[in-house]
Design a protein around this ligand. Structure first.
Ligand code: SF4
Ligand code: SF4
Length: 345
């Protein structure tokens, strides 16, 4: 599969062609608050807000929606099917996400590990395609290389776009991606200098990767109990407000709760996002709470990402997007936590 050039003036007609088979979403600036960039329906390329930083919200909502209906039921006393579980009438419309950052695309691959046997998650994954824009520059809060990613990672991407003067190099990563590119009405082959440019940025990235520390390996060499009982957890947790912003915005946080909702004799069981930073998350029916103290919740968030998940799946449960660093009201920084964990003797 060969990369091609798609020029600026072709992008709108390409989107239009893609829109005939998919619903299109991209990062769009909020009209009310310009600093907020969230995933919205798009029709034109210039609606996209493409910066060197990640959008405020992640793409997890597309395959782990808030909420997901697991089944429906009737609560009518004279209904012969009352309280029987009925499959929800969910239609999965083919969805194309345009302008995804490589770290966000990689988060889909990580979340698919614990949700491997989850039919709801898997059905949504099948209906999603991703056109990503490779990061040729990064923001101060990006650290994807620390956690096994890369600004040029192609995990879970169908088409990789590399920004060039007046357009993009479009590289198909999957067969699906090849078909997406073929819908552009006009493409051009890469000339010598464009081929060289692509080769150079890939080689430079390989060199950067080779220089990056292997945090996963270094953390795995640590004893669990040494990290668990490390003294810095209390100090780290002190300012935390347990607001949960870090977990809700995080593309790799996937905890949920389940509730039954009934309105006028019609019911549904829903799964919705929850957060380990909330005291009620672990409250038992007996009244006992194994994570009743704030430091226990903060410790759990980081131990899950940096120790328990890696022990189970051999990946750190973080893609280095930096959202939790940027949005935490009290400046708790996962990079400092990683450094503290690595310092524990
Ligand atoms: S965003 Fe910051 S203050 Fe809020 S729960 Fe997360 S770590 Fe605590
Ligand atoms: S832990 Fe923070 S930096 Fe890592 S993926 Fe989640 S939001 Fe991004």
């Amino acid at each position: 599969m060969k990369a091609v050039i798609i020029l600026e003036d072709q992008l709108n007609s390409w989107l239009q062609a893609l829109g005939s088979g998919h619903q299109l979403f991209g990062p769009v600036k909020s009209k009310k608050r310009q600093s907020v960039i969230s995933w919205s329906k798009i029709e034109k390329w210039d609606q996209l807000s493409l910066t060197n930083s990640v959008p405020t919200s992640s793409i997890k909502t597309f395959y782990f929606p808030q909420p997901e209906t697991l089944f429906t039921f009737s609560a009518k006393w004279n209904d012969p099917n009352a309280f029987r579980m009925m499959e929800p009438k969910t239609t999965h419309i083919p969805t194309l996400l345009v302008g995804v950052k490589p770290c966000d695309a990689r988060s889909v691959m990580l979340n698919a590990l614990p949700y491997k046997n989850d039919p709801y998650f898997q059905a949504r994954l099948d209906s999603i395609s991703i056109i990503a824009i490779m990061c040729l520059t990064q923001s101060a809060t990006c650290f994807c290389r620390w956690v096994g990613g890369s600004p040029l990672s192609t995990d879970f991407i169908d088409v990789a776009l590399y920004p060039i003067d007046k357009g993009y190099i479009a590289e198909p990563i999957t067969q699906k991606g090849q078909k997406l590119i073929e819908q552009a009405s006009e493409t051009a082959s890469l000339n010598e200098s464009q081929l060289e440019f692509l080769e150079n940025i890939k080689q430079n990235e390989q060199a950067e990767q080779a220089k990056s520390p292997n945090i996963l390996k270094n953390l795995k060499e640590k004893e669990l109990m040494q990290l668990y009982n490390a003294p810095f957890w209390h100090e780290l947790a002190e300012p935390c407000l347990n607001c949960g912003i870090c977990t809700f915005l995080c593309p790799t946080c996937y905890c949920f709760d389940i509730q039954d909702e009934t309105v006028r004799n019609k019911g549904r069981r829903i799964r919705y996002w929850d957060s380990c930073m909330f005291p009620l998350f672990t409250l038992h029916a007996s009244g006992h709470n194994p994570r009743g103290q704030k430091f226990q919740r903060v410790r759990n968030r980081f131990m899950h990402k940096l120790k328990y998940f890696p022990d189970r799946f051999d990946h750190i449960s973080c893609v280095g997007c930096g959202r939790c660093i940027k949005e935490c009201p009290v400046n708790i920084d996962i990079r400092q936590v990683i450094s503290s964990m690595l310092e524990v003797e």
